[in-house]
Write a protein that binds this ligand. Structure first.
Ligand SMILES: CCCC(=O)SCCNC(=O)CCNC(=O)[C@H](O)C(C)(C)COP(=O)(O)OP(=O)(O)OC[C@H]1O[C@@H](n2cnc3c(N)ncnc32)[C@H](O)[C@@H]1OP(=O)(O)O
Length: 259
């Protein structure tokens, strides 16, 4: 376990866990948290043993958005733009991680917290969770790339409504809209998240990475005609790996068994 000022991280059995940890301010993101998250992501981007990354907070909050008090000290657009862009770039890198990413939301995920959710492949949420793009309530827009990702995830009409009204929705509504993928009982929340995450941990880490590459290429507008090559390369890469050879040999050995 690695305890920083604003994050707690650990890696075990192919799963990397990142806890947002500023409980006194409902895990609001300040520039120190951005720097610590950049540090972790830079290291984990290189870690081919990681098959899943889980982002989570605590019972009360996943993340309450940007640290309103700290960011209010910044007055001009010239000064705030690089801060917004920095976090937007970081969320883009999270969305491009080669492993599966899961936002595990127990309490509130609002503003930038909801933008973080949209940068992950899956959102698991407890029955008590609430989500909202509440930026409009303080008369700003999303600054971290969350609007476009939300539109991709839940479609234009629902996204525009959430973004402009700043409504906070409960987990059932979020599931209907496909912002949340699974609703989880609040008790033993993280254990249940772990069971979900473990599905993606395979003997061959290449499989998840290959399908994630396909998903990212599709999202980035790669023409369908390119996928014959991409998928053939991925499959050929897996072909040589020991896990494939052994799996086929196990099958053939059973077939040839004399009873
Ligand atoms: C700049 C990037 C774009 C954005 O993220 S814009 C959206 C920014 N976020 C917000 O406006 C959310 C503000 N917070 C809230 O509405 C509520 O605190 C929230 C998250 C619903 C939680 O409600 P409760 O559980 O009742 O907790 P509470 O209000 O008593 O808060 C506990 C302490 O945490 C503080 N806090 C919560 N969210 C914060 C934030 N985002 N930035 C800075 N401080 C924040 C809050 O001021 C309170 O502090 P204190 O204990 O009174 O000293």
């Amino acid at each position: 376990m690695f305890i920083m000022n604003t994050l707690i991280t650990h890696k075990k059995d192919g799963i990397g866990w990142i806890q947002f940890h500023r409980p006194a301010v409902r895990n609001a993101v300040n520039q120190e948290m951005m720097a610590e998250l950049e540090h972790v992501i830079t290291e984990w981007e290189q870690d081919e043993t990681l098959q899943v990354v889980v982002l989570y907070g605590d019972e009360k909050a996943f993340v309450s958005g940007g640290d309103v008090e700290a960011f209010h000290q910044i007055h001009t657009k010239e000064e705030i733009y690089p801060v917004m862009k920095r976090m937007g770039d970081l969320l883009q890198r999270i969305s491009e991680l080669k492993c599966i990413t899961i936002a595990a939301v127990e309490g509130i995920a609002v503003g930038g917290g909801c933008e973080i959710v949209t940068s992950c492949d899956f959102c698991l949420a407890s029955k008590k969770a609430k989500l909202g793009m509440i930026q409009s309530r303080i008369a700003i827009t999303t600054g971290w790339g969350g609007a476009s990702r939300l539109m991709n995830k839940i479609g234009k009409p629902n996204a525009l409504k959430m973004l402009i009204t700043g409504e906070v929705i409960d987990v059932e509504r979020a599931k209907e809209m496909q912002l949340v993928d699974e609703v989880i009982e609040s008790s033993h929340f993280l254990e249940k998240v772990k069971v979900f995450a473990q599905q993606f941990v395979l003997p061959s880490p290449m499989i998840g990475r290959a399908y994630k590459e396909v998903a990212l290429a599709l999202e980035q507008g790669t023409p369908l005609s390119a996928f014959a090559k991409i998928e053939a390369i991925n499959c050929a890469d897996c072909w040589e790996a020991e896990e494939h050879v052994q799996a086929v040999e196990r099958f053939l050995a059973k077939r040839n068994k004399v009873d």
